[in-house]
Write a protein that binds this ligand. Structure first.
Ligand code: AMP
Ligand code: MG
Length: 191
């Protein structure tokens, strides 16, 4: 059976960058992972249904619709991952206008059954700066305090996910100028 690793972190913390770096390191060692982006699975359905024009609009959709897309994505990912090593890029919680939406509610966890949940974190002021510099995405502009609250809430949820599945929870800090360290730590988790 392959290893299932779920990687989470608030928008702009650099999850995708850290994961990409770690997968490159592992490739050199002959360890392969299938990389899956949860949001992309949701987005493909949402685009087909013509309910969004970019992926950042999804978190503003009615929560019933978000949950349906989430459920379909979880089923699609479970079907696609089989017995391979998989790394799933997603969110511990999604900040929606209606409040925090759990990224891995019970029905999603049952499909994914991760071995490890990774929380990629850094200081809130660094995240704020990174969002300001990212023009490829429609990042929500929020204050440092609110980003701190979001990261705190993500940890609380991760504890609940660990209780439901028996997975471990690992925190990886992705600090400014220390990407190499974050990549190394991520690669160690995947090995
Ligand atoms: P990302 O590319 O990781 O920023 O994800 C894009 C969007 O996909 C997010 O803003 C959410 O709307 C959605 N999304 C990703 N993962 C989840 C999840 N586990 N549950 C609900 N929505 C998600
Ligand atoms: Mg990303």
């Amino acid at each position: 059976m392959g290893k299932k690793v779920v990687v989470t972190g608030v928008p702009g913390v650099g999850k995708t960058t850290v994961v990409t770096g770690a997968l490159e390191q592992l490739m050199d060692e002959g360890i392969t992972y299938t990389s899956i982006n949860f949001g992309t699975f949701m987005y493909e359905v949402a685009v087909r249904e013509k309910i969004v024009e970019n992926r950042d609009e999804m978190r503003k959709l009615d929560r019933t619709i978000q949950k349906r897309l989430q459920k379909e994505a979880a089923a699609g990912i479970a079907a696609a991952s089989g017995t391979m090593n998989v790394i799933i890029d997603t969110h511990s919680s999604v900040k929606t206008p209606a409040g925090y939406l759990a990224g891995l509610p019970e029905w999603v966890l049952r499909e994914l059954m991760p071995d490890v949940i990774v929380l990629v974190e850094t200081d809130e002021d660094q995240i704020l700066q990174r969002r300001l510099g990212d023009e490829s995405r429609v990042r929500d502009m929020e204050g440092a305090r609110s980003i701190a609250e979001h990261q705190q809430f993500n940890r609380s949820l991760a504890a609940a996910y660990a209780m439901l599945t028996g997975c471990t929870v690992k925190i990886v800090r992705n600090e400014d100028f220390l990407l190499d360290r974050a990549v190394r730590e991520m690669a160690d988790i995947l090995r």
